[in-house]
Design a protein around this ligand. Structure first.
Ligand code: FAD
Ligand code: SF4
Length: 462
């Protein structure tokens, strides 16, 4: 064993997996996990814990893995994280815990994410269900949205005895974990288990309930007896580029493309969900969402799939692992290129995308070097579908239908560090407040808000 390197993890081969939707990474078995755990130095001043947004006691859980006490390791993680099977798979570990790991200075960091995933999967397969002795307090709380923020907030409050109802606009609970992140990165059976656990805690999950249309937050509080509401409605409104041709047939927002593919299972042979099986697809953007869309397009049968991104590889915001996986699967990276027009035929179908080459200039407000067009460098990329993945913002529906709820200009709900909004009794967290961010941050916000809601209701009823 080379202690400088991570124990390799088994994965589906790239030319096999780019034709199916099964999970790419097969995870560690017990032996591999224990071997990897021996690489942890059990640092006194564990930098990895500082890098974890929910401060999991990483050395302690890894020590338990090393000793073969997998259930104990699960308990350690469970004190800080409600969704370890999800976070072990999708957290950007390289910029969080693993980015701070001492082992990473001279060699490869400890594979904290894969160990977390192993422990969570082991518990799902072998763990005994904890006995629930929850004393109900008769107080009602509504949660809007069933993504990681909503699931965590609802679970925490249910454990404290609240009568919690989650209202979800879609027909399935899970938020981005079910409609955005593809099956090959996060199997939906795992998300379903988390939703089932929530229901076992007594949480009611009402799907097909668009708050702001079917019922408003004002009605939930004034007419339906909810003492507090948590808004975890995410940031699902896609941005567009505002270039000619964006309304042609074959142009999708990444959200629509991924929702059709993942939530509505367009990839299955017997699916009735319509989706274009294009031969050449351009995905515009460089984040995780763009990588997911590109890898889905490949799996749906496209021969050529391009990532078109206006900056260079160094600035790609996607997780490093996703970029590597995408490259291995044959996705072609057209870096330092920006679309200027989508071209179509007389039937209004996409026939190509005109792009212009870019170079990097001085740093902009974000600290990243600003991409600048190179005059006269336009060219046409031969594609028959375009997926736009340049970001999302919160949907304005909730703001428009809730009295006294302040938002930022770009739509984010204004909330303090405990999640309290400008409206008494109404809390918010996750992407609805921060804009598109990460699962772990949404989960952390849900947990913080649950504690604040508990305190608010207790004080109110004194
Ligand atoms: P969401 O997960 O967006 O959930 C919000 C829920 O609220 C949705 O189910 C929505 O339908 C519902 N809702 C909205 N409006 C209403 C309403 N009016 N009434 C009722 N319900 C409503 N993060 C990572 O950490 N790692 C990754 O690898 C990663 N990959 C990603 C890939 C994709 C394709 C996408 C889109 C995001 C990815 N993210 C990733 C980001 C991460 O998924 C989000 O930051 C996280 O899901 C936010 O959680 P949330 O609970 O705030 O919102
Ligand atoms: Fe172990 Fe790395 Fe954390 Fe140190 S920093 S305790 S080596 S995981």
């Amino acid at each position: 064993m080379d202690v400088m390197k991570k124990v390799p993890v088994r994965e589906q081969a790239p030319d096999v997996r780019n034709k199916n939707f099964d999970e790419v990474c097969l995870g560690y078995n017990a032996e591999e996990a224990q071997e990897e755990a021996t690489r942890c130095l059990n640092c006194k001043n564990a930098k990895c814990v500082q890098g974890c947004p929910v401060s999991i006691n990483i050395p302690e859980f890894i020590h338990n893995v090393k000793e073969g006490n997998f259930e104990e390791a699960y308990k350690v993680i469970g004190k800080s994280s409600a969704l370890p099977a999800v976070c072990g798979r999708v957290c950007p570990q390289e910029t969080q815990c693993e980015g701070k790991c001492i082992r990473g200075i001279k060699g490869e960091s400890v594979s904290i994410g894969r160990l977390e995933r192993f422990v969570a999967d082991y518990h799902m397969a072998h763990g005994e269900k904890a006995e629930l002795n929850i004393e109900k307090n008769g107080k009602r709380v509504a949660v809007v949205g069933s993504g990681p923020a909503g699931i965590t907030c609802a679970g925490e409050l249910a454990k404290k005895g609240y009568d919690v109802t989650v209202f979800e606009a879609l027909h399935l609970a899970g938020g981005v974990l079910v409609y955005g992140i593809p099956e090959f990165r996060l199997p939906k059976s795992i998300v379903q288990k988390e939703v089932d656990t929530l229901k076992e805690l007594g949480v009611k999950v009402e799907t097909n309930m668009v708050i702001g249309r079917v019922l408003s937050i004002d009605e939930l509080m004034d007419d339906y007896g909810f003492e507090s509401v948590f808004i975890g409605s995410g940031a699902g409104l896609p941005r567009f580029m505002n270039i000619p041709g964006e309304n042609l047939c074959g142009v999708y927002s990444a959200n629509e493309f991924l929702t059709r593919t993942n939530l509505m299972k367009a990839y299955k042979d017997d699916s009735t969900t319509p989706i274009m099986h294009a031969k050449k697809v351009a995905v515009v953007g460089g984040g995780n969402v763009a990588m997911d869309a590109a890898r889905c397009a490949k799996r749906l049968g496209a021969e050529e799939v391009y990532i078109v991104y206006r900056r260079s590889e160094e600035e790609l915001p996607a997780r490093k692992e996703e970029v590597e996986h995408a490259k291995e699967e044959g996705i072609i990276f057209k870096l330092l290129n920006n679309p200027v027009e989508i071209l179509g035929n007389e039937d209004e179908f996409v026939t190509g995308m005109k792009c212009i080459k870019m170079e990097l200039g001085e740093p902009d407000a974000s600290g990243r070097r600003r991409p600048v067009e190179i005059p006269g460098s336009e060219f046409v990329l031969d594609v028959d579908a375009v997926v736009i993945s340049i970001g999302t913002s919160p949907n304005p529906l909730i703001k428009a239908t809730t009295k006294g709820l302040d938002t930022q200009k770009w739509g984010g709900i204004i909330a303090d560090e405990n999640g309290l909004t400008s409206r008494e009794g109404v809390y918010a967290g996750g992407d609805a407040v921060t804009g598109a961010a990460t699962v772990i941050l949404a989960m952390g916000a849900g947990k913080t808000a649950a504690a604040a809601i508990d305190e608010y209701i207790q004080n109110k009823n004194k």
